[in-house]
Ligand binder design. Structure first.
Ligand SMILES: [Zn+2]
Length: 670
């Protein structure tokens, strides 16, 4: 069966860049093309009308997440994902391989299948190549992906080789499982960073009757030039008469380089995830609306763009929305970014077809990489500039007092661990209060899992690691998962390590390089989930303890809202989990109560008289000696003018009943 009817239209002179078209079950797809990422059958913050308007031809959804929630029965009931989300164009589903193998925690792998626990309800799930195809068929994807074994790009050759060979055997099984379905199926080239393996894998996949070929296992920590070399090596060996898809890549510049090397299809979360941080991709380069220089600027964020955002709003207004953490700011920038990506792909296609690719490519290379073109660049650089630059990075700068460094957010003025030795506060509030050392001495097959929300300069994480490392005897492994969307603070601290003593250890640099560090004994594992906590928390095993230490709600508003705490409470509901945080704000405690946590007083530290501990229902039901907030707090809350959880709409007062009826207080009354 001929499924995609792929037609190569042109290949650029002096380049591998190609323009092509193919037809799925829903529409014709013109390449090169970018596929917005709708992991959970929704593109974060974007309406379907805007996605259609942007010219998106294919959406990417994720088999792993959709299998767990809403489950295949829902798709069968609604006539597949197209009926469920009312999306008229094509959908490509990732197989779940990347999620299974990139996520920490318990999973086992054998020749037959991978086995892991659902983050939704902890049930044991077996995903075999056949089950993955069955799920993708139920979802109704136009293009399905084979189940593959992903390994970090830095693993040893033997490990990479065995993962590649398993991926090849599973590729055969996936093809057999697809049978005569009219849904297209792509094979995936693996091989980590080893050229010989990439070549072997490309030749093997090229030889099999797939409808397209994907390059997997990149965009996981390798350098740009490594990725570009690998892409070029692989595309040269892939068949010319089928589409090529580079998975998970990347910035606009990455896309340009990959098209130049012969890739046709892309997906990446960056247009929406960076929008949430205030970053726009524009025809003038990247513009970061967290920078004060944009305050009050007239004109659209991209003068060459005709999207709804650019037609309607000034930079000054978008800057303001970002500054007051208004969610429409995120949505509007995301809309622009997706439009910009789609428009860039169309421009690439036009230049390939017109025979003007090379000059376009050369001009765009520098343009796409330009940053924040709001003023004139400094021309003269002094030695003092160089020194002071070393103490600044992105939105952060180093502050030193008594030879102890802290990191300050230049935009908000907020300091991480203010007024005290960061290591001391980390020890008191997080490591000691969570009783980390005792937990690691109680035998258990599952690791004890800490979520470190807001890695910052790694004070909490390193204090936990050093405490765990100093135990003479551990009966249980520790998995520490750090969440961070801006690694500049840790990089800056490492550049100024004389003032950050906690970082004098192999772990932080390994974490930045590989997003993972394990101690030699294998008893401590530290993982980094980069990006938005709101999204990445679903990629982690549920926590036993949460070190909740992001910037305050003035800076990181989205993390402190009632909906955010509701999601957290739901993630914690399967375990006796405890959350530790530095604030004792009335409205944040109210948000935690309304979200379903039990809330207790935490110990004071520095200038703070108290801090806060949240307990999941299971933790509250078990014997504990936490001092739960009682009637006196409730009385104070009733008199307070900051009753409402942060960010709650005025019309929504459901939180009020939830706090008043909370079992924690009922119990106190009886
Ligand atoms: Zn725009």
């Amino acid at each position: 069966m001929r499924r995609l009817d792929f037609k190569l239209e042109a290949t650029a002179l002096g380049s591998e860049a190609r323009a092509a078209r193919f037809r799925t079950r829903h529409n014709e797809v013109l390449t090169p093309t970018f596929m917005p990422v709708g992991t959970h059958a929704a593109v974060r913050s974007q309406r379907r009308e805007d996605l259609l308007e942007s010219g998106a031809q294919v959406l990417l959804a994720n088999t792993y997440h959709l299998l767990l929630r809403p489950g295949t029965d829902m798709f069968r009931k609604f006539g597949g994902i197209h009926g469920f989300m009312n999306w008229p164009r094509s959908v490509l589903t990732d197989s779940g391989g990347f999620q299974i193998f990139s996520l920490p925690g318990s999973r086992t792998l054998c020749e037959e299948h991978a086995e892991f626990r659902s983050y939704v309800d902890k049930t044991l799930i077996r995903l075999s190549p056949e089950r993955s195809i069955e799920t993708q068929r139920a979802i109704g994807a136009d293009i399905m992906m084979v189940l593959d074994q992903c390994v970090p790009s830095t693993v040893e050759h033997a490990v990479a080789r065995s993962a590649m060979q398993l991926t090849h055997r599973w590729a055969h099984r996936s093809l057999a499982a697809r049978g005569d379905s009219d849904q297209a199926l792509f094979g995936i080239v693996q091989g980590a960073s080893y050229a010989d393996l990439r070549i072997e894998s490309a030749l093997t996949i090229a030889d099999m009757p797939f409808d397209g070929c994907a390059i997997g296992g990149l965009a996981v920590g390798e350098s740009n030039s490594q990725r570009e070399d690998c892409t070029a090596t692989v595309t040269e060996l892939l068949p010319k008469d089928r589409p090529r898809y580079l998975m998970g890549v990347g910035t606009t510049r990455d896309l340009l380089e990959a098209v130049h090397r012969g890739v046709d299809m892309f997906d990446c979360i960056l247009p929406t995830s960076l929008a949430k941080q205030g970053v726009a991709f524009t025809s003038l380069g990247r513009r970061d609306l967290r920078r004060a220089a944009y305050r009050g600027l007239e004109g659209p964020i991209d003068p060459a763009c005709d999207c709804y955002t650019c037609k309607t709003y000034s930079i000054a207004y978008l800057f303001h929305l970002q500054r007051v953490h208004e969610t429409s700011g995120w949505q509007l920038l995301g809309l622009h970014n997706i439009h910009f990506y789609m428009r860039l792909m169309r421009a690439m296609r036009e230049h390939i077809l017109a025979g003007t690719w090379l000059p376009f490519y050369r001009a765009q290379r520098d343009l796409l990489d330009a940053r924040d073109s709001y003023g004139t660049a400094a021309t003269h650089v002094t030695r003092a500039d160089v020194r002071s630059r070393r103490r600044k990075r992105g939105r952060y700068e180093v502050m030193v007092r008594d030879e102890i460094g802290s990191i300050r957010d230049v935009n908000s003025g907020e300091v991480m661990h203010p007024g005290s030795d960061p290591g001391e506060e980390a020890r008191l509030l997080y490591v000691e209060q969570s009783r980390l050392s005792s937990h690691l001495q109680i035998a258990d097959r599952e690791p004890w899992v800490i979520w470190d929300v807001g890695l910052g300069a790694a004070a909490n994480a390193m204090t936990a690691i050093l405490a765990a490392d100093s135990l003479a005897f551990k009966a249980r492994r520790l998995t520490l998962i750090s969440f961070e969307n801006d690694l500049d603070s840790l990089k800056l601290a490492l550049d100024n390590i004389r003032w950050f003593k906690l970082l004098r250890h192999a772990a932080p640099r390994a974490l930045l390089r590989d997003h993972r560090w394990t101690n030699p004994a294998g008893s401590i594992e530290w993982l980094l989930l980069e990006g938005d906590f709101a999204i990445r928390k679903f990629d982690a095993p549920p926590p036993d303890a949460i070190f909740f230490d992001p910037f305050s709600f003035k800076t990181d508003a989205a993390l402190w809202t009632l909906p955010a705490f509701r999601e957290l409470a739901s993630v914690c509901s399967q375990k006796p989990a405890e959350l530790f945080t530095y604030t004792y704000s009335t409205s944040i405690r109210a948000a935690m109560l309304a979200a379903g946590f039990h809330v207790a007083k935490g110990r004071g530290s520095g200038a703070k008289a108290e801090t806060t501990i949240g307990l999941s229902a299971r933790a509250a039901a078990a014997p504990h000696d936490r001092e739960l907030l009682g009637e006196d707090w409730l009385a104070k809350w009733k008199r307070s003018d900051s009753q409402a959880p942060f960010g709650t709409a005025a019309a929504d007062v459901t939180w009020r009943d939830a706090v008043l009826a909370h079992p924690q207080f009922k119990h106190a009354e009886t």
